[in-house]
Design a protein around this ligand. Structure first.
Ligand code: PGA
Length: 263
């Protein structure tokens, strides 16, 4: 973590907590994060709970932000089952996760589609959290950096248009939901490479863009990862469904941010 950037801890609920259980979870996260002034905390409920969660957080005057997990690049029209940026804004979202590996792998999202979605987020006033990361086969073939570079390069123009508000989440696919976490050193190496790629496009963008690590982040492994210079936060899946554990990860980020400021 670098004191230049504010830490961001985002919880991706995936296809869970889509009803009143989502409101309960969001309120528990709001309580856990209430005193954590040094860190941005975001929750990403399924579409069905977005508006209700946003309302609950608004009513409680919580600073916890709301992200959608996906969007369509068009504003409206005949796209059955899809949801657009303006709709997400109306539902109270201010963030959107784009290009998660589950979307890329299970729903055929390409780098091109990801770029179009980032453009739509920018146009619709949503801050994009763009996911990149290699599969196990790609890692074993020694292609990690090439894959991540391809994904980042495909996104960089639109990330530039997001100014410093865009976020890149490095999530090695083999670490997602598997309990296998990248070592802090390995994760730092890839984050530094991503920052370098951003710098090649725009030096200011590299300084302002927050880079998150994702993949089996838990309260008991977060500190080593978040202590790395180029890791500005975490995108948390499974552990985000437990407000206490998720709150602990945010607490660790806040503690490291305080330490960084006094050093
Ligand atoms: P995980 O998921 O924390 O359950 O590994 C992370 C993600 O998919 O964003």
């Amino acid at each position: 973590m670098d004191p230049l950037r504010r830490p961001l801890i985002a919880g991706n609920w995936k296809m869970n907590a889509g009803g009143s259980d989502g409101c309960d979870l969001a309120l528990a996260v709001a309580r856990a994060a209430a005193e954590l002034d040094e860190v941005d905390v975001v929750v990403a409920p399924p579409f069905t709970a977005l508006a209700a969660v946003s309302n609950e957080l608004y009513n409680k005057k919580s600073e916890v932000g709301v992200a959608a997990q996906n969007l369509h690049w068009e504003e409206s029209g005949a796209f059955t089952g899809e949801v657009s940026a303006p709709m997400l804004r109306v539902a109270g979202a201010t963030w959107v996760i784009i290009g998660h590996s589950e979307r890329r792998q299970l729903f055929g999202e390409t780098d091109e589609m990801v770029a179009k979605k980032i453009a739509a987020a920018n146009a619709g006033g949503l801050k994009p959290i763009v996911c990149v990361g290699e599969t196990l086969a790609e890692r074993e073939a020694g292609e990690t950096l090439a894959v991540v570079a391809r994904q980042v390069k495909a996104a960089v123009i639109e990330l530039g248009r997001a100014g410093g508000e865009g976020v890149v989440a490095y999530e090695p696919v083999w670490a997602i939901g598997t309990g296998k976490v990248a070592s802090p050193e390995d994760a730092q190496e890839i984050h530094a490479a991503i920052r370098k790629l951003l710098a090649e496009a725009d030096a200011e963008l590299a300084v302002t863009t927050r880079l998150l690590y994702g993949g089996s982040v838990k309260a008991n492994n977060a500190e080593g990862l978040l202590a790395q210079l180029d890791i500005d936060g975490a995108l948390v899946g499974g552990a985000a469904l437990d407000a206490d554990g998720f709150g602990k990860i945010a607490e660790i980020a806040a503690k490291l941010a305080r330490q960084g400021k006094t050093e």
